[in-house]
Structure formats: structure tokens, C-alpha cells
Design a protein around this ligand. Structure first.
Ligand code: NGQ
Ligand code: ZN
Length: 455
């Protein structure tokens, strides 16, 4: 079965293409033709973009968004937020995880994300014992992504210690813990399920949580030869200080010196880097996984974007703690953080375009797709057919042309301008409505109500 679509403008690898016709079959783009005739193809609208990859998500945290915004102590910090988050995580079993994730993924799709990397560490039962099937919680996420119709890169997380000193996991961390052998078996089991909308990579929670020897075993296991490898790194100053004290190097510096960091890698946050680390990271071809709304919400700090981009670094965006679920808001805050810090305007530009919106969207597509390890984020033959159609009847867009459409989409307005969303050749969202949103919302509501009662 082949379907044919036509739009006035489609975002192609070189920028906007005009009068573009695309042929879609078996979930893929078969042909993309510019300056084409519409003929019998379905007309989509004025502006069509590749869907945005979301490179960092902890799905369960969506259900606690807004519950950690009251001061409990003048010293409130990332670490006190983490205690609140752990207490909440302790109430989530497989049914809860599936219902929360399905709702979250519907919201992601409606906002323009068409693929998500789940950095998943809620593996075991509360006492730390594996479920009868150790993949139970992973399967809940896979099922949620299938229900919602979003592409998924599942990144089961290796989590072993409670700090750089190798201390054991705290009681609340016990359900995250894995020995390396059991972890690798989980990866092998899940790999068998891979298909056009599911990839399985690996994740090391952080340098705090994975001893060097275990890191080596995973990297040498043969299970990551061509798969994405994600790690949280240098998000908080406390982590930099501990790393300096125990490993005599800063986190990014240490990783670059001790691991074969290359384009398979995604370094999530990488907030606190010297300019030398920043340039070295850029040169590896790895992706910096930036989560601006979470990083702002948790008081992490600002990523050194300008130095990184000047060195040719790749980045993508993630919704992380789900305090916001919107690629537009992530990109806007990425740029605004830089403007506020430098007191300049229009920071994220490049030789190919002076438009900040075009650079942000285009760069995050490229880096996001790389971090997902999937053939997405681009309108080229053989890529997965993932696209979003902007609502060109919206007031913000009526008087815009292609030269400023992405700037308007990213910066102007709070109403969602995403009208239709396709993943793998199928419509997940039409006219702003997800195909199964009512049923999924009912399941979510029941779940959060029962979680509130158990609080
Ligand atoms: C996480 N989240 O794994 O969910 C972390 C907090 C930690 C963010 N860093 C826990 N945003 O880093 O130990
Ligand atoms: Zn995270």
C-alpha cells in the first residue's frame, strides 16, 4: 500500500523544499520530489516538518510534574527534589507505568515529538527483587509506546552504586539495581523485539552509579557495537566535585579519557564542562542531550552552547522530568538561557542559516535522530515516515512565509501549532486529536487518582 502526500513547504536536509510530493509505503519515505505536481496526492498544508526525536525521558516522572514546586527547606536543591522523586517512584508498578507512559506519549505526539528515548531504571519490585519476568517494567514502556503510536528507543539503565565511592544503593534505590550479567541478559531479551519503531540501546545511569569495571564489561560485551549508549553526566556541581575528589578528573574529562566516546554516545546534560572539555566532546561526534526545561526546573546550570556549536558539536533535546512536554519550549529555553547569560540575541545561528528557529529545529532533528539510533528526523528516501503538519490557519502563521515559519513556530505563541502527526506512515494525531486519547486519558486518570490515595 502506497500513500502520496503533497505540501507547499517541507523541511528537507538543505532547508525548505517547495511544492514537495512524498510517497510513503511500509512506514517509510519512498520518494521525496521538489517542485512537483500534486496530481492525486493528499494535500497536507503549507508547512511540514520531520517529527522531533525526544532523546531523554523518564516517563513515570510525568505523574509527579507540579508536585515538587513548594519550598520545603530554604536549601531545596536537585538532591531534595530527588528524594521527592524517589518516594514517588516507589509507588509505580507495571500497570501504573504503562498508563502514565501512554498518556505522556500522547502528549508528546500532540506536541510534535515522534520518537522517544526512555532512560529506564525502574526495573524491579520495591524490595529490589526482580519481577518474575525481569523485563516486566520494560515491557510496560514498550506497550505504552505501541498504544500511543510513538517510536521508542528503550534504554534500560545499569545502576549499581549510590555514589563515586562505590557505596551500596540506598533503600529507595534498590529497585534500580542490576548486576552486569543480569543486565546484559535483559538487553539481549529485549533486542529480540526490535522492529521499525523499537530500538534497544544501553544506558549507564551516571558515573556515580556505575563503577569503571562494570562500564568496561558493558562496552566490551558486543551488545553496543552499533547501538546508542546514553549516560547522565556533569549535571550538578556536587557530581563534579565528587568526581574530582575520587577520580581526580572532572566527569566529562574522565569519560573522554576512559571510554571510546563516539557518535553512538549521548551525554545527557553535560552542563558543567570547561571549554577544553566542551571542545573535546564536540570533536567526538557524540550528542549532547540537552533538557533545558528540566535543567532550569532543577537548578542545574547552563550548557556552554556557543563554545560547543562553534566547535561543531551535535545536540538534541529531551523532556527528561516531563515538567514540560514540548519541543518548542525546550528549544526556546535553550536559546533564551544563552541570551540571558550573554546579554546578546540570536545565538544559535550557523553559516547555512541566520534563522535561530531553523538552526534549533534542524540541529535537534539531526542530533536527536543520532541519539535514537534510528533512521528518522529527515525527509530522505528510506527514512521512517514521521512528520508533523503545522496549523497554517493559526493566527501566528497566517502572515508568515517559509523564511520565518520556523522562527514563529519556535518563539511566538503558546498555543500548540502542531495539527497532524504521522509516525511510521500512520496518523497518530489528526486535527490536534490523538486517535486513542480518550481511552488513554481514562487509564491515566484512574492511575493518578489511586496514586494520590496511596500518598
Ligand atoms: C533521574 N534525573 O535519573 O531521574 C535523574 C535524577 C539522579 C535528572 N538528573 C536522579 N534530571 O541523577 O541521580
Ligand atoms: Zn535523566
Amino acid at each position: 500500500m502506497m500513500a502520496n502526500y503533497f505540501a507547499d513547504h517541507i523541511w528537507l536536509p538543505h532547508g525548505w523544499g517547495e511544492k514537495v510530493r512524498v510517497d510513503v509505503g511500509a512506514g517509510r519515505l519512498l520518494e521525496v520530489a521538489e517542485s512537483a505536481e500534486r496530481e492525486g496526492a493528499e494535500y497536507l498544508g503549507r508547512y511540514v516538518l520531520p517529527g522531533m526525536p525526544n532523546l531523554h525521558s523518564h516517563a513515570f516522572q510525568r505523574a509527579m510534574a507540579g508536585l515538587a514546586e513548594r519550598q520545603t527547606n530554604p536549601e531545596d536543591s536537585f538532591w531534595t527534589w530527588r528524594e521527592t522523586m524517589y518516594a514517588f517512584a516507589g509507588r509505580i508498578g507495571p500497570d501504573e507505568l504503562r498508563a502514565i507512559a501512554a498518556q505522556l506519549y500522547v502528549e508528546m505526539l500532540k506536541a510534535g515529538y515522534t520518537h522517544v528515548c526512555e532512560f529506564h531504571y525502574l526495573h524491579h519490585q520495591l524490595d529490589g527483587k526482580p519481577y518474575a519476568d525481569p523485563a516486566t517494567m520494560s515491557l510496560a514502556l514498550i506497550e505504552a509506546a505501541r498504544e500511543a503510536g510513538i517510536g521508542l528507543t528503550l534504554l534500560p539503565v545499569l545502576y549499581m552504586t549510590g555514589g563515586f565511592d562505590g557505596r551500596p544503593l540506598s533503600e529507595r534505590q534498590r529497585r534500580f539495581g542490576f548486576e552486569v550479567d543480569a543486565y546484559l541478559r535483559l538487553i539481549e531479551q529485549l533486542r529480540k523485539m526490535e522492529n521499525s519503531t523499537l530500538r534497544v540501546g544501553v544506558a549507564l545511569h551516571s558515573l556515580r552509579a556505575v563503577p569503571e569495571k562494570a562500564m568496561r564489561t558493558v562496552l566490551e560485551s558486543g551488545l553496543v557495537d552499533a547501538a546508542p549508549i546514553h549516560i547522565h553526566i556533569a549535571e550538578q556541581i556536587g557530581e563534579v566535585q565528587d568526581c574530582l575528589a575520587l577520580r581526580n578528573a572532572r566527569p566529562v574529562e574522565w569519560l573522554l579519557d576512559h571510554a571510546p566516546v563516539d557518535p553512538r554516545w549521548c551525554l545527557v546534560h553535560a552542563t558543567h564542562m570547561t571549554s577544553v572539555e566542551t571542545r573535546r566532546l564536540a570533536e567526538t561526534g557524540a550528542v549532547a542531550g540537552l533538557c533545558p526545561t528540566t535543567e532550569a526546573n532543577l537548578g542545574d546550570g547552563l550548557f556552554p552552547l556557543k563554545t560547543y556549536l562553534d566547535a561543531g558539536g551535535a545536540f538534541g533535546i529531551g523532556s527528561d522530568s516531563q515538567i514540560s512536554v514540548s519541543p518548542v519550549e525546550e528549544l526556546r529555553w535553550l536559546e533564551y538561557g544563552q541570551r540571558l547569560a550573554t546579554r546578546h540575541r540570536n545565538v544559535t545561528v550557523s553559516e547555512s542559516s541566520a534563522s535561530v528557529g531553523e538552526n534549533l529545529w534542524g540541529d535537534a532533528l539531526f542530533g536527536g535522530a543520532q541519539a535514537c539510533g534510528a533512521n528518522i528526523g529527515t525527509f530522505e528516501a528510506s527514512a521512517r515516515a514521521d512528520l508533523i503538519v503545522l496549523d497554517d490557519a493559526a493566527p501566528q502563521l497566517v502572515a508568515r512565509d517559509a523564511a520565518n515559519a520556523l522562527d514563529t513556530f519556535v518563539f511566538a505563541g503558546n498555543a500548540n501549532l502542531v495539527r497532524h502527526v504521522m509516525v511510521n506512515g500512520e496518523w497518530a494525531v489528526r486535527d490536534g486529536r490523538h486517535r486513542d486519547e480518550e481511552r488513554i486519558a481514562v487509564g491515566f486518570r484512574k492511575t493518578v487518582e489511586s496514586l494520590a490515595q496511596r500518598a
